[in-house]
Structures are given as structure tokens and as C-alpha cells.
Design a protein around this ligand. Structure first.
Ligand code: PMV
Length: 315
């Protein structure tokens, strides 16, 4: 059984989302995690994930291992006490620790592939249907083990595979785009731990709460206007909103010289606006461009030091 899950990017509202403000995120189909679960004659549950050089039997891994913990939680949810012998093959084109949601995508694909598991001695094919809500809750549990206090935006957009207007703790709101638009993603190639930038913002917020609350309120307005612009088919308005959001993220100290260089390079190459995306300090930035300029903006990003670029159409 095979299952696949896309990567994701945050368009607006990162960090402020941790403090209850809305954020917008979209799936990125150009990169994805793929999982295949096969019956095996070898005893045990064998996991192959060449991307992290992992070839191991489940019981040899610690129970909080990112992949083992997903499998164990799925068995628990389905009440499978005697799992069948299987081989789990995990591959992914999503770069790790770059803000594209690689961990959540692997978890979502793995849960869906496992939901097709047969019981050991069962003669009939025992399918365990799983709802999006269950997948989302399960992946959020896993994200909490590995990322501290995540807002839950990654697991939500990847599970639903739709643009999401996300407010922590509130029911999932997906939305439609009135007109497709093009985003160029530029990767600084610098791995950055979201946990650290989130922790640093918390310290600054504690020290200067009023100022940070004002920044978060401004970002909340940006997310709201951005959603309306996307839904009403006016995505060209997002450029200015991106520039504004980036300036606020700089004020929150989560940008970096490399991110700022890529953001400027994109604007100089004709992008309508640009900002960092995700936890910041490293990882990715995004730029809004006319479709016709996407290749030249991507080339300008590479010239300015990006390690890779992805052109994605949000539709
Ligand atoms: O680095 P990413 O793309 O996983 O995004 C983190 C987004 C934050 O708002 C900074 C943290 C969170 O949990 O929402």
C-alpha cells in the first residue's frame, strides 16, 4: 500500500500563530514524502528510510524515534496488538529542517499507508479507515514530541492538502484560491531549528510584551487581508503584504543576513514581494511573482546564494 503527502509553506503569520493569531499556509506538491508498506516474510517490522540512512527493525528503535513513534501510535489507535510482518519504505524529496514540513509529511504518509494494514491471521482484508481529523491529531501529537510547542499549522495543511487559514486550537478552516498565483521558494541551505527561534521570540515577548503583542496584531491583520485577497482573485495584492510581514519578522529578530539577501534579490529581480517563511534564521524564503518572471526570479535567487529553488503554483 502506498501513500503520499505534500510539503508545505507558510505564506503569512509564522510566529504570531504561536500566540493565537491567524496564519496562512499552502501545500507544495512539487516536493513530497512517499511511503510504501509491503507484506514481508521476514519476522518483524522493518523500516527503510534511506534519506536518514535508517534500516532497522521497529523494536530496535527508541519509542520516541520520529518514525517508530508514528508506527506505535497507529497500532495503538487501531488496537493492533500483534502487528503483521511488514517492510516500510520511506522516501522523500522534501529537504529536512528547511521549513517545508518534511517531518509532518512523512508522518501523514506513514499513517495513511499503515491504515491499510491487514491483521496477522486475518483471512479478510482488514482496512482501518482513518479520518483526516484523526490523522491530524496523531501527527500533532508526534510534532509535540519533536518540536516542543508547535502551533499545529504544519500537520494541518499537510493532512488536508489545501490552503489553510489556521488559528491554534480552532476548527480547521480550508479555503479556495480565486485565481492561481506563483510562488518561488528559495532555500538558504542553512538548517535552522524552529524550536530555537520560537524560544527566542518567547523570551523577547516576555521582556517586551506590549511591543510584541502589537507586532502580532499587525501580522494578524496581514493574514486576514491576505486570505481575502486570495479568495477574491486578487493575489497580486499579496506582494506588499509579504514585504510588510517580512519587516515585522525582522523586528522579531527571526530573519538572518542570508534570508535578507535572498528577499532583496527576489525583489530586485522583479518579484512583487518577498518574505522569509517558517521559523526563520535559515530555511526558506518565498517570493510572489508573475508566472512569466518565475524562472528569472529563481535564477536571481541561485545567483544570490540560494541552495535550491522551487517554483510552485498555488491553485
Ligand atoms: O519552520 P516551520 O515551517 O515548521 O514553521 C514554524 C512556524 C512557527 O510559527 C514559527 C512555529 C509554529 O509552530 O507554528
Amino acid at each position: 500500500m502506498k501513500a503520499s503527502a505534500p510539503g508545505k509553506i507558510i505564506l503569512f503569520g509564522e510566529h504570531a500563530v504561536v500566540y493565537g493569531r491567524p496564519a496562512l499556509a499552502v501545500p507544495v506538491a512539487q516536493v513530497h514524502a512517499d511511503v510504501e508498506v509491503l507484506d514481508s516474510s521476514r519476522p518483524g517490522i522493518w523500516i527503510h528510510a534511506p534519506l536518514i540512512d535508517l534500516h532497522a527493525e521497529l523494536t530496535s528503535l527508541p519509542s520516541d524515534h520520529p518514525i517508530a513513534s508514528v508506527i506505535l501510535k497507529v497500532f495503538q489507535l487501531f488496537g493492533i496488538s500483534q502487528p503483521p510482518n511488514i517492510e516500510v519504505n520511506i522516501s522523500s524529496t522534501i529537504p529536512v529542517a528547511s521549513g517545508l514540513g518534511s517531518g509532518a509529511a512523512v508522518s501523514v504518509a506513514l499513517i495513511r499507508a499503515l491504515s491499510f494494514l491487514r491483521e496477522p491471521q486475518g483471512s479478510a482484508f482488514l482496512f482501518h479507515p482513518i479520518t483526516n481529523e484523526q490523522v491530524n491529531d496523531l501527527v500533532y501529537e508526534i510534532e509535540k514530541i519533536h518540536h516542543g510547542t508547535p502551533s499545529g499549522i504544519d500537520n494541518t495543511v499537510i493532512t488536508y492538502n489545501m490552503p489553510v487559514y489556521f488559528i491554534k486550537g480552532q476548527p480547521v478552516e480550508t479555503f479556495k484560491t480565486g485565481k492561481p498565483f506563483t510562488i518561488v521558494i528559495g532555500d538558504t541551505g542553512i538548517p535552522a531549528l524552529t524550536k530555537e527561534s520560537v524560544g527566542d521570540v518567547r523570551l523577547l515577548w516576555l521582556r517586551n510584551t506590549n511591543h510584541f503583542e502589537n507586532i502580532f496584531n499587525e501580522i494578524a491583520q496581514i493574514s486576514l487581508i491576505a486570505r481575502r485577497s486570495i479568495e477574491s482573485g486578487k493575489p497580486e495584492l499579496l506582494g506588499e503584504l509579504m514585504d510588510h510581514n517580512h519587516a515585522l519578522l525582522q523586528e522579531m529578530t527571526v530573519s538572518s543576513p542570508e534570508l535578507d539577501t535572498l528577499v532583496s534579490a527576489a525583489r530586485d529581480a522583479g518579484a512583487l514581494g518577498a518574505k522569509l517563511s517558517g521559523g526563520g534564521r535559515g530555511g526558506n524564503m518565498i517570493a510572489l511573482t508573475d508566472q512569466a518572471k518565475a524562472e528569472s526570479v529563481a535564477a536571481a535567487l541561485m545567483f544570490a546564494g540560494a541552495k535550491r529553488t522551487i517554483i510552485t503554483e498555488i491553485s
